[in-house]
Design a protein around this ligand. Structure first.
Ligand code: E4P
Length: 214
């Protein structure tokens, strides 16, 4: 399973990248706003850090606007993947961008049928938001399982990018289900590293090492 980091904070990207945990990056308008920096400045810096797919989101709501933004964003660097919301206008944009060989990440997916439509339009990635479904008492990971089954039934090339990950269990279940990508916040990456028995084990070895005659 590929690991993308879900952040627009370049310091987090650098730290996770140094641990070998970053195959790509996803950003969204809220994550960009948190940094207090201009969007394109951040994207141009990220492409110098990570050599992998970098998702940058279009903020237009009409097809023409999305296409204009997508063509501009994808011209910044070959690794840019344009995030397009799962709307009728978005699907129309994805259909055109697919013909132009511009990679897309269809975002804000909350149902298996929406994922089916994105694949038919030629999306490179589909982003089902598992945490936000959990928040409204739907099991987010059930959606991942259904999308994976549907895509396998019809051999779609669209990759399932598990988004809105909130905890290590989401990552574990995504890997067990065979999801193509998980986009993970830096905080959750650090939670994945940690195990109390690792810390206890290190302390015991260090204590015993002191008893070894020098
Ligand atoms: C995905 O690409 C989104 O940026 C992200 O995963 C949304 O997560 P949230 O629901 O925690 O905001």
């Amino acid at each position: 399973m590929k690991f993308f980091i879900d952040t627009a904070d370049v310091n987090e990207i650098k730290k996770a990248h140094a641990m070998g945990l970053v195959d790509g990056v996803t950003t969204n308008p809220s994550l960009v706003a948190k940094t207090g920096r201009p969007f394109e400045e951040i994207i141009k810096e990220i492409v110098t850090i990570v050599d992998g797919p970098i998702s940058a989101e279009a903020t237009s709501t009409d097809t023409e606007g999305m296409l204009k933004e997508a063509r501009h964003l994808s011209s910044i660097h070959e690794n840019i993947v344009v995030k397009i919301p799962l709307t009728a206008e978005g699907l129309q944009a994805v259909t055109t961008l697919h013909k132009e060989n511009i990679k897309t990440n269809v975002t804000l997916c909350f149902s298996p049928n929406q994922a089916l439509l994105a694949a038919k339009a030629g999306a490179t990635y589909i982003s089902p938001f598992v945490g936000r479904l959990d928040d409204v008492a739907h099991v987010g990971m059930d959606l991942i399982e259904q999308i994976l089954n549907i895509y396998e039934n019809y051999e779609f090339d669209t990759q399932v990018l598990v988004a809105s990950i909130r905890n290590p269990i989401h990552v574990n279940e995504a890997a067990l289900m065979g999801a193509h990508v998980a986009t993970i916040p830096y905080k959750v990456m650090l939670q994945l590293v940690k195990h109390p028995l690792t810390d206890v084990g290190i302390q015991k070895f260090l204590d015993d090492w002191k008893k070894v005659p020098k």
